[in-house]
Design a protein around this ligand. Structure first.
Ligand SMILES: CC(C)(COP(=O)(O)OP(=O)(O)OC[C@H]1O[C@@H](n2cnc3c(N)ncnc32)[C@H](O)[C@@H]1OP(=O)(O)O)[C@@H](O)C(=O)NCCC(=O)NCCS
Length: 179
């Protein structure tokens, strides 16, 4: 398995993963707040590529190298993070944040999610970060199960519509120390 920064060549595959998650949820029930054509979009992917924040995990599957997961990692905490009760305080440049993270639905439950998270933690340590922060929506039971299994603790819930989707969602803050 390889964890690396995404390049322009990976853009289509990254969007394919996000769209596959959205499509899977239309049939199987909503977990995320993702919706094909609305969020995440190619603009989401391109913005993350331009800022050098997009990462992928790839693996050999049936003799082919395949990107199995994609996520954005940076130091940007959304405005609504102020509503969570973070336990570990640190300067912004020591808090590494994961956003827009997904494993292709056809490849889920094979350990790729945990593998990506292990690389995220390793990256945080290599950058001298003290803490990992992320959020999910309360309906996302799969991701909450994974984050809690990996040692993240909940820092609160906040209801709002930060992305202007027209309805409020409950966001769950999650945190873990990087050391
Ligand atoms: C959440 C997600 C990243 C997990 O990826 P994955 O590759 O399936 O994860 P893993 O195989 O490493 O499993 C890790 C743990 O996640 C939890 N988990 C994963 N799928 C689950 C499911 N269907 N039901 C309950 N728990 C689940 C379990 O705790 C699992 O550990 P276990 O297999 O030992 O029980 C994946 O389901 C996903 O991409 N979902 C859609 C996008 C998303 O929700 N992203 C996160 C946004 S915050």
């Amino acid at each position: 398995m390889t964890f690396r920064k995404a390049t322009q060549k990976d853009a289509v595959r990254c969007l394919e993963i996000y769209d596959a998650v959205s499509d899977w949820e239309v049939i199987n029930g909503r977990q995320t707040c993702w919706e094909r054509g609305f969020y995440p979009t190619m603009e989401t992917v391109q913005t993350a590529l331009a800022s050098g924040d997009l990462y992928v995990l790839e693996d050999e599957i049936d003799g082919k190298t395949v990107i199995v997961a994609s996520g954005k990692i940076n130091f940007e905490q959304p405005e609504y993070y102020k509503n969570f009760d973070w336990k570990t305080s640190a300067p912004d440049n020591e808090i590494l944040v994961l956003h827009t993270f997904g494993v292709h639905p056809e490849l889920q439950r094979r350990g790729y999610g945990q593998a990506f998270m292990a690389h995220y933690e390793k990256l945080a340590r290599s950058l001298g970060c003290k803490v990992l922060r992320l959020d999910t929506v309360s309906s996302n039971q799969k991701s909450q199960a994974m984050y809690k299994k990996l040692g993240f603790w909940e820092t609160g819930r906040w209801e709002g519509d930060p992305n202007g989707v027209g309805c409020a969602l409950i966001f769950v803050g999650l945190e873990k120390n990087a050391d």
